[in-house]
Write a protein that binds this ligand. Structure first.
Ligand SMILES: C[S@@+](CC[C@H](N)C(=O)[O-])C[C@H]1O[C@@H](n2cnc3c(N)ncnc32)[C@H](O)[C@@H]1O
Length: 221
């Protein structure tokens, strides 16, 4: 992604802005707040409460700044270990990651270990959290199997419609375990109906405090 700019969001945390797309990496109402609520709480912690005795396999669409990854790593425990697989077509330059100032919000050593992790192989960041960063294009890559949790954090449908297609959601659905959950910040009716027609049971949940009114959580039934 060329010409990325660091901008501040309303909860004080930064995000990246893509001028060519007129699009942000996170909600302008609060990047950190969005990451905690939509992904960590409504997907990972929700799924972890319902699953015992085995690692949770998590697929993130769009590694971006690594914010979703680090907030998840911070709460992973031996009782709910995580295998985190994240796809990213355009890795962000390390110099830009430093300018975000996320060390003021998250565990700085975990954040730095996540960014230092070699791509294309699972790396243990702590005993209960491994990350595999895959540099690839979601639209033409094979997905990992037996996924329990999906963080669907692509750019908005009107900016990148190819990421929100029936074909993509069908592939994700087949990559997931029964009972697996997907969350996304996008609560548009068209996306909700697309998820339903793929076979998911879809809930509208309250959005982050100060942010969007609703978000979506889809469960593979
Ligand atoms: C909304 S941002 C994700 C923010 C990220 N989850 C975070 O915590 O910073 C969308 C991400 O999807 C990535 N992306 C765009 N097109 C992609 C594609 N075809 N395949 C994989 N990743 C893609 C972008 O480079 C960007 O990092």
């Amino acid at each position: 992604m060329p010409n990325l700019e660091v901008q501040h969001t309303e909860d004080g945390s930064a995000t990246l802005f893509v001028p060519e797309l007129d699009e942000h990496y996170h909600s302008v109402k609060g990047a950190y707040t969005e990451s905690l609520h939509i992904y960590r709480d409504c997907a990972y912690l929700y799924a972890a409460e319902r699953t015992t005795n085995r690692p949770l396999r998590l697929l993130e669409i769009g590694f971006g700044t690594g914010l979703n990854a680090v907030v998840t790593a911070m709460v992973a425990t031996n009782e709910r270990p995580v295998e985190y697989i994240t796809l990213e077509k355009y890795p962000v330059e390390p110099q830009l990651i430093c300018k975000l100032g996320y060390d003021n919000f998250v565990d700085a050593s975990l954040f730095s270990a996540i960014h230092a992790a070699t791509w294309e192989q699972p790396i243990a960041i702590k005993p209960c959290f491994t990350i595999e960063k895959r540099c690839c294009d979601l639209t033409d890559t094979a997905l990992p199997e037996n996924i329990d949790i999906v963080y669907f954090d692509a750019f908005a449908p009107e900016k990148q419609p190819e990421m929100w297609s029936s074909e993509i959601f069908t592939r994700i659905y087949h990559a997931m375990r029964q009972g697996g959950v997907l969350t996304t910040y996008c609560a548009k009716g068209a996306i909700r109906r697309l998820l339903q027609s793929t076979g998911f049971s879809v809930e509208r949940l309250a959005g982050p405090i100060g942010g969007k009114r609703e978000i979506l959580r889809a469960t593979k039934i």
